[in-house]
Design a protein around this ligand. Sequence first.
Ligand code: EPU
Length: 434
Amino acid sequence: MSRENENIALLPNALKTDILHFRASTSKNAILPLMIAALLNPGETWFDVTPGFSLNDVDAVAALLHTCGARVWRSAQQIRIDASDVSPGVAPVSMARRTRYSLLLLGALVSRTGQAEIPMAGGCDIGRTHDYHTEMLRSLGCHVHETATSISARRDHAAHALIRLPYPSVGATLNAIFASCTAQEIRDGTRITLENCACEPEVDDVVDYLCRIGMVIRRQWRTVCIEPRRAVGKKVVYAPITDRIETGTYALAAAILGIKVITHNAPQGCLDAVISVLHSIDCHVAWHDNDLLVDGRSTDRRCGIDVSTSPYPGFPTDLQPILAVLCLGLNRPSTIVDTVMPHRTQYIEALRALGGHISWNEGTITVHPDPAIDPASWSAVDLQATDLRGGAAAVLRSLQIARPCRIANFDQVRRGYSEFDISVKKMGGEISPW
Ligand code: EPU
């Protein structure tokens, strides 16, 4: 059950062992759009999820699906969605604000019912807009109307057969794929080609699922072709990929805390950019089947690093705040440029409150090495989790310098890290309500 406005206290303790085991959970950024994609299947979809999987954002999307007439059940290791009857119901503002992925209802509902209306979307407050989404829908034959508080779309005219996204946005790519599935051109038997698409593994996962329910979609690098086909409605069981950002967080934690971390059930082959940063500071990294082993005990802290985030397969923006914590523990200045989400900087305040020397100027985050510190002289500090990854970065920073803290809005972190208290406990931190 989601907790809102949650405040926690975090007490870092000495680590009892320097080898930690984690298990990657179902990917947040795969399951959320998959749940919405399930609206395109006029039947039942059973998503197999990892044991104990629980995220605030999943609860938020489930509530949104209910407003559209879909039925959603949770069992220990499954999320079941019956989308036999779907209507373009309008989600209450409070519900849509809980997740940015309410935006995807536009494409999915237009595809299924011909029209959609949503209140302005929520999610992390990291300066995102929705112009690519509305532009795509217009190109795909929709009349789109925006007010200060809502966006509506309805099928109106023929879709273009070739559409180029202005940027490989993950959400806009997914919305475009959803809306393409039943666009006028598709019904006339012509394929729709989308260019400059996002090719994040989570997009591939959604495409795989849509193919399982009967769509014919092919992706080649940044080009996606959607062939004329409709889902007929059948029961589908689908297992989403595991979370590369959660896995990347624990991989970077190995270097931050100077420990060895083994993440089981990790998604192979989609963390190369993170692994290459770890290699550059002499962390030993190895794969054994689906287990990712990162040995941070050998981390070379003498140099700083310079990293730019970029769309997949580049270094992920979601790990940028966690990377900043790693940089704080290096002995020379580092720079980070987030080309994907240049406004993802709110977390910097929390790291500063935890003694971090970080500046941000014209799109470049500069991280200075920690001065010599005496943890014993530090009292608990009050922080705010401004967003999901920023909140996780604050936790890792607190563990890095063994300084207790109290974090307001910790529910932000629960939007994307399943069973995080258990993981933090493994890393020596005790989370308690405050
Ligand atoms: N953008 C626009 N206009 C739009 C859409 C996007 O200018 O209409 C800009 C954004 O402001 C951003 C860039 O394009 O600067 C990329 O945004 P994108 O659309 O790719 O992001 P998203 O689909 O909203 C998903 C993830 C994010 C992740 C980004 C980038 C989910 C639920 N969210 O968001 O995840 O950071 O892709 O990889 O899949 C997170 O997990 O912490 C998180 C924020």
